[in-house]
Ligand binder design. Structure first.
Ligand code: DLL
Length: 431
């Protein structure tokens, strides 16, 4: 099943549509977003001179830092009265990026999600349990509106409370599960602990995304839950989920190319990689109204899969995201930068500027341990004082990062010292 005709466009027609949309969006950001107007001026780029898709290479890039510099609304291309929804990527104030949607953007977004759900095999007959967080994160609401648009029955359960998830899954006869891949495995674990046989449930489909996963994890999820497990990708700065998703062939993610112009560039030279080589995904939104971005550097690494897909969709596919070009970590689906942790730690009295972050996956759940050196007087202080400090650090990290961590205070000079950029993050997760 195909959700709409654009998904089968001939490549020439698609290119024509993309160029038309690109010209309009570039004209619009030049008029309405001071950031782009100034950049174009600096680069002596005249929007009217954009006459082919290749001309995109003459446009400036947009980075997460640019969005942060314009926090909160500086990158919006419409007045706030036309914005009907605001989301934000995780992070402390100042670190966060804020994105907005007009009513048309929400409608477009819903359509793109409906496409991806359809491609994964989901239809109006399905009961979809959305176990992504509902809130500033785009996962919950993004998938929710798309699933309603599709006409499926939506259970907006949000994330967490695994036993309840399973109870609802049994009672409401859920046929499609939407969450992070690691949470799907956690659900499978809890089912096993409770002696519940997944084959007795109605589950058929699982759409997983928001964090990296592997073919091995796909196999495990499919086998343990007895479902077709597909990958879907997106990022809040570009829209949220709905940028790309797999069809039932599970052979890479079709990019919604009528809405997103993609480039795959060598992160060092910012020149296009050879066809089929891995590089950084750079995306230009083609019709977003409230928050258009030009050549947004996602920092995600992937490659184009050139072969046509047997499903009949002509949109090109990208391979699952294989890594990032920066140090962003995704912990329980939440994006975390080590620098965020660092600035919180160093702000607390009694800490030393030396820490390690250890990330493990225990029972299919991410576990983060922060080891921080503290001054001698604290380290040799009574247990009670130490515990108070640990609790204080935990609380601050949890409230500012949005994810809980374990904290261990260690003696001064006990952590390894590095020359230059220290390997402070030890990620032991095996995907
Ligand atoms: O994670 C949007 C989303 C929600 C996608 C639900 C899919 C499902 P952010 O919080 O802005 O948005 O995080 C975006 O997460 O740049 C990738 O590094 C990573 N990511 C998202 N989807 C995948 C995936 C949402 N399928 C960042 N595989 C992106 C690997 C993913 N990484």
């Amino acid at each position: 099943m195909i959700w709409d005709q654009n998904e089968q466009m001939a490549s020439g027609d698609l290119a024509e549509l993309q160029l038309d949309r690109l010209q309009k969006i570039v004209g619009r950001v030049a008029t309405h977003v001071p950031f782009y107007r100034n950049k174009f001026k600096e680069d002596k780029f005249d929007p009217a001179s954009l006459i082919s898709l290749d001309d995109i290479r003459r446009l400036p890039f947009t980075t997460k830092q640019d969005l942060r510099n314009n926090y909160p609304y500086g990158m919006f291309a419409v007045p706030l009265r036309d914005v009907v929804r605001i989301h934000s990527s995780s992070g402390t104030t100042g670190m966060a990026t804020v994105v907005g949607y007009t009513q048309n953007d929400i409608d477009t977004w819903s359509n793109l999600i409906a496409r991806i759900l359809t491609a994964a095999g989901v239809s109006t007959h399905d009961v979809i349990q959305i176990a992504f967080g509902y809130g500033l994160f785009t996962g919950g609401f993004g998938l929710h509106y798309g699933a309603e648009k599709l006409g499926a029955s939506v259970i907006p359960i949000s994330a967490g409370n695994t036993r309840r998830q399973i109870q609802i899954m049994q009672d409401f006869k859920t046929t499609a599960l939407v969450c992070t891949p690691s949470y799907a495995l956690k659900i499978a674990d809890v089912m096993m602990d409770q002696g519940i046989n997944p084959n007795g449930l109605s589950l058929k489909f699982g759409l997983f995304g928001a964090e990296p996963w592997s073919e091995k994890m796909r196999q495990e999820i499919s086998e343990r839950l007895g479902i077709l497990a597909t990958d879907n990708y997106g990022l809040s700065e570009v829209m949220g989920p709905g940028v790309a998703g797999e069809c039932e062939h599970c052979n890479g993610l079709h990019v919604n190319e009528d809405h997103f112009l993609l480039e795959i560039l060598d992160p060092a030279t910012l020149e296009p990689v050879k066809p089929g080589e891995v590089g950084e995904l750079v995306i230009t939104t083609l019709i977003k109204e409230a928050f258009p971005v030009v050549r947004y550097r996602t920092r995600d690494l992937t490659r184009l899969l050139p072969e046509p897909c047997p499903c009949g969709r002509t949109f090109r596919r990208i391979e699952r995201i294989t890594g990032r070009t920066d140090d962003m970590l995704i912990i329980k689906g939440v994006n975390v930068f080590p620098t965020q942790i660092e600035s919180i730690l160093f702000d607390i009295e009694g800490t030393q500027p030396h820490y390690n972050l250890i990330i493990e996956r225990e029972h299919n759940e991410d576990k983060v341990t922060v080891m921080i050196e503290v001054v001698e007087s604290i380290f040799f202080d009574e247990m009670k004082k130490q515990r108070t400090m640990v609790d204080h650090i935990k609380k601050r990290l949890a409230s500012e990062l949005g994810v809980g961590v374990h904290v261990k205070l260690v003696e001064e000079r006990s952590l390894e010292r590095f020359n230059g950029k220290g390997a402070r993050v030890i990620d032991r997760r095996e995907l």
